[in-house]
Design a protein around this ligand. Structure first.
Ligand SMILES: [Zn+2]
Length: 249
C-alpha cells in the first residue's frame, strides 16, 4: 500500500515550522557499535542477513510480520530528555540534522500514529500510519504527549542502510552513574564504556562528530539513574543488554 507514503520535502517544512531541527535514533551500545563500524544505521533485517551483531529485540517477530523489519526508524524527539527517563531502546543516541530528509538516500517515508509494538493484526493500516501530512501537522505536538511519543518516522525502500554522514550532528551516551565489577576492579561504567567507545569512534573516523555524556556530573529531574541502579541490583541481564559491548560474554 503506497497511500501511506509521505512527501519528504513537505515533511521537512512542517518539522521546521514546528521548531524540530533534529531526528533521533536510540539503541544499545553494542548495536550502536555495529552502526559505527559500518558507518550506517542498519535495519534489523540487514544486520541479520549480513550476520553482524545486534541486541535481540522482542519486537523482531512482529516487525517481520508487519513488513517493517527492513526499515529504519527515527524519532522526532529525544525520548530520554523529553520524558525524563531512560530510553528503553538503549543508552546511545544518534542525533541527525533534519537536512537528512533532503538527502537522496531517503525515498519512501511513513509516519506512525502509534508505536508498532502496539499495533494489532486485527486493525486496519490506517490505525498505524498517517495517510496525509496535514493530519500529522494538525495533531503532532498539540498537547497529547502520550500520542506524540508513538509517532515515529519509518524509512522504507532504503536497502537497510542510512549513512551516518554527512548529517550525523551528535552522539550522546547516557551516564548511568554506576560502579560495576570489571576484571576484579570497581569501575565507573561511563568511564569504562566511554573509553572503549572513544577507540571505536577513532578507528571509524568519527572524531569530528560532537559527543556528549548525558548527566555527566549530576542529574536533574530524571529517573534514569534510579532505573539503571535497580537494573544493577535486580536485572543485571537487562543492564548488560543495554551497555555491554559484547552482551554474550
Ligand atoms: Zn536521565
Amino acid at each position: 500500500m503506497t497511500e501511506y507514503n509521505l512527501d519528504k520535502l513537505a515533511l521537512y517544512k512542517i518539522l521546521k515550522d514546528k521548531g524540530i531541527t533534529h531526528l533521533f535514533h536510540a539503541n544499545t551500545v553494542s548495536t550502536s557499535v555495529t552502526f559505527l563500524e559500518s558507518k550506517n544505521l542498519l535495519s534489523r533485517q540487514y544486520i541479520e542477513e549480513n550476520k553482524l551483531h545486534q541486541t535481540p529485540q522482542y519486537s523482531d517477530k512482529a516487525d517481520k510480520d508487519f513488513g517493517i523489519f527492513d526499515d529504519i526508524f527515527l524519532d522526532f524527539i529525544d525520548i530520554h530528555k523529553e520524558w525524563n527517563r531512560y530510553n528503553k531502546y538503549g543508552p546511545f543516541l544518534f542525533v541527525f540534522s533534519i537536512e537528512i530528509l533532503k538527502s537522496d538516500q531517503i525515498k519512501t517515508l511513513r509516519i506512525t500514529k502509534k508505536n508498532p509494538v502496539n499495533w494489532k493484526y486485527s486493525e486496519p493500516e490506517e490505525e498505524w500510519y498517517y495517510s496525509d501530512l496535514k493530519e500529522f501537522e494538525d495533531n503532532y505536538k498539540k498537547g497529547n504527549r502520550l500520542k506524540d511519543i508513538g509517532s515515529m518516522l519509518i524509512l522504507k525502500d532504503i536497502d537497510g542502510k542510512l549513512s551516518l554522514r554527512p548529517h550525523l550532528d551528535k552522539m550522546i551516551l547516557d551516564n548511568p552513574n554506576l560502579f560495576v565489577n570489571y576484571k576484579n576492579e570497581k569501575k565507573y561504567l561511563a568511564n569504562l564504556i566511554g573509553s572503549k567507545l572513544r577507540d571505536i569512534v577513532e578507528e571509524n573516523d568519527f572524531t569530528d562528530i560532537e559527543r556528549g555524556l548525558r548527566h555527566k556530573h549530576k542529574l536533574w529531574k530524571c529517573t534514569c539513574w534510579l532505573n539503571y541502579n535497580s537494573m544493577l541490583l535486580y536485572d543485571i541481564k537487562k543492564l548488560k543488554l543495554l551497555y555491554h559491548l559484547n552482551p554474550n560474554k
